[in-house]
Design a binder for this molecule. Structure first.
Ligand code: MRU
Length: 344
């Protein structure tokens, strides 16, 4: 299986996902600025992977701090976390991981700063290891919505490349494959940055999963033909009422699934559930550069002065969601009550 992110000898190694699928290049990240840049430019992307990268970014950002008393060290640490938190606004895992790092530092404030740095390095490693275990459980739980012979439609990339291993939406597919089930996948290409075409098609191909790539505007036809048994997608933030922000286009896929009576599932770790965000309306949606739409991957496809709207995510209302597959089980409506129970 691919290794999306690896920490070794004080450096973070990631697959540069902007170059996939033609070039599979691993790059070393050595500074917090490089980490910020990798997250912002989607060299590392997908909610859980962003959280893991940010945790390592903290480790890089504090490594050379000279402060020896806790208060001045913590002030500098906060500058690092604030900087990293400004890289992308929507995926809550980023903020979750940075908060966890800050909290760990505070819990150990009586210890010497050099020891706290080591503790934080171990905390980042734990965040990554836990994510692997969580994704494995999502796979196990999500396999209950599949059976041998099922065909799944997915949008964007919520696979190995978006996490430390297995993925979220793709984890049930890998799990089912391990059981010897024959599962087919239709992958939406996912305009404008083609995470479905460049990443999902790539990683499923690498894993010898039967995957068919379609453009986003083909999903309705494929559903109408009766070829899709279930839709599973990932998530960037789940609000307390069950509304879900995920890659732009997800809402449309959910509406299509509803129209064709196909169950529409979200898969994600509990670290993507944000009970402090009441509804989807409160989720900040990232807007990205106009160039991604008029000049994707260097080829101009629209007049350079045309008006452009480029939101990276949309919100799917909870009414359209059959269930949210987490490491703790599948949560179903009423989401406002049942999501809360996960944290009791
Ligand atoms: O802009 P991206 O590529 O980071 O968007 C990724 C998604 O929308 C994924 O579906 C989501 O983060 C879940 S990843 C397990």
């Amino acid at each position: 299986m691919l290794r999306t992110i690896e920490y070794r000898d004080g450096k973070v190694y990631i697959i540069d996902q902007t170059k996939l699928p033609t070039v599979n290049e691993i790059i070393a990240i050595e500074t917090v600025e490089e980490c910020f840049d990798a997250i912002k430019k989607l060299k590392v992307r997908g909610a859980p992977a962003i959280g893991i990268a940010a945790a390592y970014g903290v480790v890089l950002g504090i490594a050379d701090l000279k402060e020896i008393d806790f208060d001045s060290f913590y002030k500098e640490l906060k500058k690092v976390t604030e900087y990293l938190s400004s890289s992308r606004p929507t995926a809550v895992n980023l903020f979750w991981a940075l908060n966890r790092m800050e909290k760990k530092a505070l819990e150990n404030k009586e210890k010497p700063v050099e020891e706290i740095k080591k503790i934080l390095e171990n905390e980042a490693i734990s965040i990554q290891r836990e994510d692997e275990e969580i994704c494995r459980k999502i796979g196990e739980n999500g396999a209950h919505v599949l059976k041998d012979g099922s065909t799944v439609l997915t949008h964007c990339n919520a696979g190995v490349l978006a996490t430390s291993k297995y993925g979220t939406a793709l984890a049930p597919i890998y799990f089912a494959k391990e059981k010897g089930w024959n599962i087919k996948v239709f992958a939406d290409e996912t305009r404008p940055l083609l995470q479905g075409a460049r990443l999902t098609a790539f990683e499923l191909n690498e894993a010898s999963v039967d995957v068919t790539l379609i453009t986003d505007n083909m999903a309705a036809m494929v559903m109408a033909k009766g070829w899709i048994d279930v839709v599973i997608v990932g998530c960037d933030r789940v609000a307390a009422n069950g509304d879900v922000a995920n890659k732009i286009g997800t809402y449309g896929v959910a509406l299509l699934a509803k129209a064709h009576n196909i169950p529409f599932y979200i898969a994600g770790p509990t670290t993507t559930i944000d009970l402090n965000t009441a509804t989807g309306e409160d989720i900040v949606i990232e807007e990205r550069d106009r160039e991604e739409i008029i000049c994707g991957f260097g080829k101009q496809t629209a007049p350079s002065d045309v008006k452009v709207f480029n939101p990276a995510f949309d919100v799917t209302p909870h009414e359209l969601i059959a269930g949210i597959i987490t490491e703790k089980g599948i949560v179903r409506a009423p989401y406002d009550i049942n999501l809360k129970k996960l944290f009791d």
